[in-house]
Design a protein around this ligand. Structure first.
Ligand code: FES
Ligand SMILES: [Fe+2]
Length: 455
């Protein structure tokens, strides 16, 4: 192989994620173990993203049979609080009951089918605006002004239509498939892992949405591998070790990557930068591990990775009162990103947990939402969940100041979505060529869509 060809082929990673963990002074949790799956190397058809017929099958066979994060329990705290969740023409109301439990129903009147609830609000009952038939919060028909003229119906014959609704860590999920397996079973092992990162004690500190002109898989795939840093987020190149990232398929529905921070990836090692320079670059990029209000001085002999991890430990202690001094550098510092098939993404760790939800609108349009889940102060009152900010087409993500230093990063990610969709249309019947290991999570996404469509 000649030299030019070698450059084209790139070099394999210098250090693996497990080798980095072994260098940590403190042990990482056992669930950081590598769990991969060989999904082969076959091309992925471009039509998976562009075909309206394919999308129609996805809708009925997959979207209406999978668990969807709908709303936070703390966003409907009082009896009658009702949240309207929409997905592909299906409308679901999630409502707090008088006994404190939460139920979900299809948002439709069982008389002549009018949508029952217009907007999320607090209700004492559900009265249809058309002819006034009324249901209680638990879905029983309690008033029918024309009951005498319905000889065919008994009092209990037309309750509101139940929708499966189960919670995890204060988040309510719905599933339109009455036969679906329980949420926690499908979501395993994510609940166990996130108990370690105190997800139960987190609240939604930011929520921003924007429509993307791309298939939902194009949007999701922008966030399930970190090597797009090389071109999309070049300011992160010299300190985010994307080539040492571990990519795990933890179950059919759960995958993750673990991407080290404060490590220079192989392709940039010839720049020969030292730990001081790495820290300067992290500061310049607004990396969330560092407290921008504090002076950064690297003690003699300390690596930028350990310094950044200490910085996170200190920030978490100051802001929340939690002591994570015994947690490993990887545990407190690295980018650990999970996704729960099909569309709920959540980062682990103790910093604000980045989260995404991708809700398809059509085969080439998606509502992309970004959330932050922050650790609430250990002893203080739990802050209120953030309201959603919906960005217009002419607004950029960087206008969403609640996303902090990440806001411009989302503009970078977003900038690929429309052009990828356009390119995929132009590809026609050609396939996409995914890498074998680093893009295994993209491949798994397609595998699972097909799996549902073949059920
Ligand atoms: S359609 Fe709802 S009461 Fe008639
Ligand atoms: Fe990105």
């Amino acid at each position: 192989m000649n030299a030019h060809r070698k450059v084209l082929m790139g070099k394999p990673p210098v250090v693996s994620y497990q080798e980095l963990l072994a260098m940590d002074e403190r042990p990482s949790p056992s669930f950081f173990a590598r769990t991969t799956l060989d999904l082969g190397t076959d091309p992925i058809p471009a039509s998976n993203y562009t075909s309206p017929e394919y999308f129609e099958r996805e809708k009925h066979k997959m979207w209406f049979r999978t668990w969807q994060y709908a709303v936070g329990e703390d966003e409907i705290p009082n009896s009658g609080d009702t949240y309207v969740y929409e997905l592909l023409g299906q409308q679901v109301i999630v409502v707090r009951q008088t006994d404190g439990s939460i139920r979900a129903f299809k948002n439709v009147c069982r008389h002549r089918g009018r949508k029952l609830v217009g907007e999320s609000a607090c209700k004492t009952s559900f009265r249809c605006a058309y002819h006034g038939l009324t249901w209680s919060l638990d879905g029983k028909l309690i008033e029918n002004p024309f009951a005498w003229d319905f000889p065919q119906l008994g009092a209990d014959d037309i309750p509101l239509l139940d929708v499966r609704c189960e919670s995890w860590a204060g988040l309510v999920f719905i599933n339109l498939d009455p036969e679906a397996k329980p949420l926690l079973e499908v979501m395993a092992p994510m609940p166990d892992h996130f108990a370690h990162w105190k997800m139960e004690n987190c609240y939604k500190s930011a929520h921003v949405g924007k429509i993307a002109d791309a298939n939902w898989k194009v949007c999701a795939e922008a966030f399930i591998e970190p090597h797009h840093v090389i071109c999309t987020h070049p300011e992160y190149n010299l300190f985010s070790g994307y080539d040492s990232t571990q990519h795990d398929i933890l179950s059919d529905h759960v995958s993750r990557f673990m991407s080290p921070t404060g490590v220079t990836p192989g392709p940039f090692l010839d720049r020969d930068i030292d730990d001081n320079r790495r820290l300067e670059l992290m500061l310049a990029a607004g990396n969330r591990a560092l407290d921008m209000s504090k002076k950064v001085e690297l003690p003699e002999g300390m690596s930028s990775r350990t310094f950044s991890a200490n910085s996170v430990r200190q920030m978490v202690a100051e802001r929340t009162g939690y002591d994570i001094s015994e947690n490993s550098d990887a545990d407190v510092l690295d980018g650990i990103a999970y996704d729960f098939f099909p569309n709920f993404h959540l980062w682990g760790g103790f910093k604000d947990k980045i989260s995404y939800r991708f809700r398809p609108i059509s085969h080439n349009k998606t509502l992309m939402e970004v959330f932050m889940f922050s650790l609430a102060p250990k002893d203080g009152p739990r802050p209120k969940s953030a309201e959603m900010l919906m960005l217009r087409d002419d607004q950029k993500w960087c206008e969403a100041t609640q996303l902090g230093s990440l806001a411009p990063v989302f503009d970078q990610d977003y900038s690929n979505m429309g052009p990828v969709q356009e390119g995929l249309v132009a590809l026609g019947d050609e396939g996409l060529h995914l890498s074998k290991y680093m893009e295994v999570r993209c491949r798994n996404l397609h595998r699972m869509v097909e799996e549902y469509m073949n059920r």
